[in-house]
Design a protein around this ligand. Structure first.
Ligand code: AMP
Ligand code: MG
Length: 331
């Protein structure tokens, strides 16, 4: 199969719709990362996504809809705070988990009685979803465990010859996956941190929890239990206070390989003479660059050495979650 990379335009959107109606899988731009989408009503189409990615069968998918799609067709009721959150943050990088009416394929939610819904704000995503006018089940468009894709080229690198079409909306500005928010209880609870922060949700909903998996419990958001986002080279990770050790580790690798640091701008400035990839200075910059640089790093380096950024609150919670999981850091 030939994989075309095309900017959404009237002809190509029609073709995307045809592919979706035929049960094919189409990759599309969103403001967070690229998605790998299929008709959420079709068992066969949804199962293709798992097969293509090599995704574990118990890791549910998010359903994407356009901004005017009537989600009451899919969900079984909504608490008042969720309606407030929808009008405050959607379209945008927030996925909301609701009680499901069970209308979409059982493979979307992997046997859970809930459904995760997202309304992306990217114009390319909106155009695609409006044209398809179907709920589109879509995880991130990367091979399972690999770094999430933030350019059409990243999707191509993982799925060339395996999918017919990538709708290219340019680089993803958000850079990390959506916040996943459980809206089935008394208060909203964050299952996966992202660009919509706990503080921002609490400001609208009055309160917001953060889910922590308890020992032996089945995770509420199964995806969070998997190792993820890993670059395909060796990795090491150091706190800023152990920069000397990190430099020694670099020198050691440099004897036979090509090491590279991944760190915030302030630390890059201390590492003159070393190969560095600069994550930036603000949390938003770090979110936007993280996956881009992890993919650059794995292509260029034999060992990628991460240094813990200094900021922690707000959007950094999501960035640190992805960074730690990419480097296999226990938290
Ligand atoms: P991905 O699209 O690859 O970023 O993965 C989707 C994420 O959404 C995973 O971490 C899933 O665990 C989570 N998710 C999808 N559906 C549900 C659901 N019904 N309940 C809780 N989490 C979900
Ligand atoms: Mg993913």
């Amino acid at each position: 199969m030939q994989t075309k990379i095309l900017a959404p335009s009237s002809g190509w959107l029609e073709l995307a719709k045809k592919y979706i109606e035929a049960g094919e899988v189409v990759a599309f731009h969103t403001e967070t990362v690229y998605g790998l989408g299929a008709n959420a009503f079709s068992d066969e189409a949804v199962q293709k996504i798992y097969a293509l990615k090599g995704r574990p069968a118990d890791n549910p998918l998010i359903v994407h809809v356009h901004r005017d799609y009537d989600i009451t067709r899919l969900i079984d009721g909504e608490p008042p705070y969720a309606a407030l959150l929808r009008s405050a943050f959607l379209p945008g990088p927030l996925t909301m988990v609701y009680p499901s009416k069970g209308k979409v394929s059982k493979y979307v939610s992997c046997g859970l009685d809930t459904l995760a819904i997202r309304v992306p704000s990217s114009p390319a995503a909106q155009a695609f979803l409006r044209e398809a006018d179907l709920p589109i089940a879509a995880p991130s468009a990367n091979l399972s465990k690999h770094v999430s894709p933030v350019t059409a080229r990243h999707v191509y690198d993982d799925f060339n010859g395996k999918i017919p079409l990538i709708l290219d909306g340019g680089a993803c500005n958000g850079g990390i996956e959506s916040t996943v928010l459980d809206c089935t209880g008394e208060i909203p609870v964050i299952l996966r941190e992202g660009l919509v922060t706990r503080e921002a949700v609490a400001a609208v909903a009055g309160d917001c929890g953060v889910y922590k998996m308890k020992e032996g419990e089945r995770p509420k958001s199964p995806g969070m239990a998997y190792k993820h986002y890993s670059p395909r080279c060796k990795t090491a990770y150091f706190p800023r206070s152990r920069l000397d050790e990190a430099m020694a580790c670099y020198e050691d690798e440099a004897r036979s390989g090509s090491p590279c640091f991944l760190c915030e701008s302030a630390v890059c400035a201390l590492l003159r003479g070393f190969e560095t990839l600069d994550l930036g200075g603000t949390p938003e910059e770090m979110a936007r660059r993280l996956y881009l640089l992890l993919r650059k790093g794995e292509a260029r380096a034999t060992l990628l050495i991460g240094i813990e950024p200094s900021e922690h609150g707000g959007v950094m919670a999501g960035v640190l979650n992805r960074l730690h999981r990419a480097f296999g850091v226990e938290t």
